[in-house]
Design a binder for this molecule. Structure first.
Ligand code: GLA
Length: 728
């Protein structure tokens, strides 16, 4: 019965047309509902997103008691013009200079796409200008996720300028709106900030084009009707835009106290020219609703991502060692082979060769000054090529991965000399460098071919390249393309160019694992993750900072996409010194890797690493596919823990950290979550001779662990523990 409507619709794709009667369009998941209201005059309002109410038609005849002649009914997709005074999702400038668009209902269809997914498309049209907008709402029933985007068609006779072309809007009505959003920079990604919204507009946005999630991430959580953030109670709406370019998510609380949230491509980059007859497909905006706190909102997003978004999420990315912090640019065949020996002996599963292997004879990549664009092997460092390294790794039963940065070019390279027209720039202006490099213009089909070619030829460097780390170490400045008529189209078309290259790559190389990296976590979004299996969460590998970065990242993105590496001390970014165990215990809560020179580790460190890696392999399915429960917050508590539980609640793993010395009298107490109260669990601390928990090895009921809790003796700063729980 739960999918009654979709099942009916399966046989009769529901089609409703414009008429003179008010009607309701209801988009439903297992426990959430979005309701649009078609007024008699054809205007379409947004009346509800939240918990489900039974019969949506009850809302027919709804009165807000606000003045009907004052423009206070919230449009489902606000267009500039007509009776509307809030920020516009769509703003069109017509060829004759006119600026108004008025959208009216022109029918809707409901079509089941699968047993889980139902698509609702609401068509809107401006009878005067011929502009058409189709609003898509894909409801993922089991995951409680609704994915929405707009398709904007210029049905007029002349090209138009789209001065705003957002993907989607929702309108909420609540006494309080507590916004959680994520700011960040290099080595400091996904930092959590919270604020109680007040009247006016707050935007979370980027104008950096590429490396777009350094500054802000295109995602948020809104706790409704409360001034405090809660993991386990209260209404929460979370959203994420699947887009790797300029974006803006605008929260506007107006005089009615309602909050309208519009999300999409950032209009500040310049107007998009849409030719007559053409349709612009805006990026997907992903929403979820939880009636029981932020934890459930994260779990909804994670399971949607695993089931429908992440590329090839059924394959497990192997544990690995990346040589970047171990060698930087300074390596040769012997150095790499020795590292590979250690990688194999510690039980890791892949070796990844980072930056520095290319540049050919003329611009060898010995530092970041040169070589990008010249993807020929450096004959001095690797006289026998990359294949000897890959073969050596394979001979040790390891997989092999390699780094590229194909969207970029160094001024000191043959590529820059041969193709100055491929560089993002505007004639007559200086082209700025960031990290001594320029950006290639992916709006240009020739550049798309080149970038695809870089990937393709890298894959031919050796037999069995299993993993590509795709980096991107600068953002856009002085945007300009030699092939575009309207430069305002640059931002949108660049990202579409990138996605079209990704698609070609995926057609030819469906199995290679791709990591989305951009100076660390500069491209962590659900747009890139449609094509990439995982992301490099941050260049900051220091474990204490990582607790915060990973906490923020995992509010929106699942742990399986978070590359998380153990590195040397003092840490190269923060200079902090933490115990090896703490570093492992933090890295093991994501996709485990190492990033150091193993020759610098002593025997006991290597022995510990071997043990930690072996135990990780036995529980990592929980990290990848389990449900995440956060036990508190590293921002608010001196100690913090998180846990992953499998679907039938028979296995779980808990990661616990002491982040601040608590004195002699205090100890952490973690009340576990997500377990079955009726089951009994054997609790075992991993990777230690002597456990910090008196009950390690004993069996406790789920209700004891939830209601009384687990009290490890984690007194010292950087104490940490991993507990494995198995139902008996
Ligand atoms: C970026 C990446 C690093 C490393 C370097 C190589 O900063 O984030 O992990 O690959 O580039 O230059």
């Amino acid at each position: 019965m739960k999918r009654f409507l979709p099942l009916v619709a399966f046989f009769f794709c529901l089609v409703a047309n414009a008429g003179d009667k008010a009607k309701v369009v209801s988009v439903e998941t297992e426990s959430s509902q979005m309701v649009l209201y078609v007024h008699q005059n054809g205007e379409v309002s947004f009346y509800h997103y939240g918990a489900k109410f039974d019969d949506p038609d009850q809302i027919l005849g709804y009165k807000s008691y606000r003045r009907a002649d004052y423009g206070t009914e919230p449009p489902a997709y606000p267009a500039r013009g007509g009776r509307h005074f809030n920020q516009s999702a769509l703003a069109v400038r017509y060829a004759d200079g006119a600026i108004n668009t008025e959208l009216f209902y022109a029918g809707h269809q409901v079509t089941p796409l699968s047993d889980d997914i139902t698509r609702t498309v609401v068509n809107l049209e401006d009878p005067k200008t011929g502009m058409k907008v189709s609003l898509y709402y894909d409801a993922y029933f089991d995951e409680d996720v609704i994915v929405s985007h707009a398709e904007i068609t210029n049905g007029g006779k002349k090209p138009v300028q789209l001065e705003s072309y957002y993907s989607s809007g929702i309108v909420l009505d609540s006494p309080d709106y507590l916004l959680t959003h994520f700011y960040g920079a290099w080595a400091r990604e996904m930092q959590v900030e919270r604020e109680l919204l007040t009247h006016g507009t707050k935007s979370v946005s980027s104008l950096k084009g590429v490396r777009t999630t350094h500054t802000e991430n295109p995602s948020f959580m809104l706790s409704l009707g409360t001034r405090t953030f809660s993991e386990e109670s209260g209404e929460v709406i979370a959203g994420a835009l699947a887009w790797s370019g300029n974006y803006s998510i605008d929260f506007q609380m107006d005089e009615t106290n309602r909050l309208s949230v519009i999300s999409g491509v950032n209009p500040a980059g310049g107007a998009y020219m849409l030719d007559k007859g053409k349709t612009l497909h805006t990026p997907d905006m992903i929403y979820t609703y939880s009636s029981c706190g932020a934890g459930q909102a994260s779990r909804n997003l994670h399971s949607w991502a695993r089931n429908y978004c992440l590329y090839y999420s059924s394959s497990v990315a192997p544990s690995l060692l990346n040589n970047w912090e171990g060698t930087y640019f300074d390596f040769n065949e012997d150095i790499l082979k020795k590292i590979i020996d250690d990688v194999a002996s510690m039980g890791l599963e892949m070796f990844v060769l980072d930056d520095g292997w290319f540049g050919g004879t003329d611009y060898p990549r010995n530092n970041s000054d040169q070589g990008l664009g010249d993807w020929q092997i450096d004959p001095v460092k690797l006289p026998d090529g990359v294949s000897v390294i890959a073969d050596y790794a394979h001979s040790k039963n390891l997989r092999f991965g390699i780094w590229i940065e194909p969207e970029m070019v160094s001024p000191r390279s043959h590529l820059a000399q041969d193709h100055p027209d491929w560089i993002v720039r505007e004639d007559g202006r200086e082209v700025t460098t960031i990290r001594n490099q320029w950006l290639l213009d992916l709006t240009n089909p020739d550049v798309q071919d080149f970038v695809f070619g870089v990937f393709d030829s890298t894959m031919q460097l050796a037999d069995g390249i299993d993993y590509i780390k795709w980096d991107c170490n600068r953002h856009v400045e002085s945007a300009g393309s030699s092939v575009l008529g309207n430069q305002g189209n640059f931002w949108f078309d660049y990202t579409q160019g990138l996605y079209s290259v990704y698609r070609r790559i995926r057609e030819k190389y469906p199995d290679v694992i791709i990591q989305s990296c951009a100076s660390g976590g500069g491209r962590v979004d659900y747009g890139a993750l449609r094509y990439c299996n995982e992301a490099w969460t941050s260049d900051n590998t220091e474990a204490l900072t990582r607790v915060f970065i990973q906490y923020g990242t995992n509010l929106i993105y699942p742990a399986m996409v978070c590359g998380s590496h153990v590195s040397a001390v003092p840490n190269h970014q923060t200079a902090n010194i933490t115990p090896l165990k703490f570093r492992f215990d933090v890295a093991c809560s994501g996709r485990l890797g190492m990033e150091l020179q193993p020759a610098d580790m002593n025997d006991s460190e290597k022995a510990f690493a071997r043990k930690a890696i072996e135990s990780y392999k036995a529980y990592r399915d929980l990290v990848y596919y389990g449900d995440l429960y956060r036990l508190g917050s590293p921002y608010e508590d001196d100690s913090y823990a998180l846990m992953y539980v499998n679907e039938d609640k028979t296995r779980a793993v808990v990661f616990a950290y002491t982040l601040k010395y608590m004195g002699r009298t205090q100890r952490p107490l973690f009340r576990l979550s997500g377990l079955d109260a009726e089951k009994n669990y054997r609790v075992t601390e991993l990777n230690v001779e002597k456990s910090c928990f008196w009950g390690s090895g004993k069996t406790f009921s789920g209700s004891y662990l939830k209601n009384h809790g687990l009290n490890p003796n984690m007194e010292k700063l950087y104490s940490s523990a991993i507990f494995y729980l198995e139902a008996e």
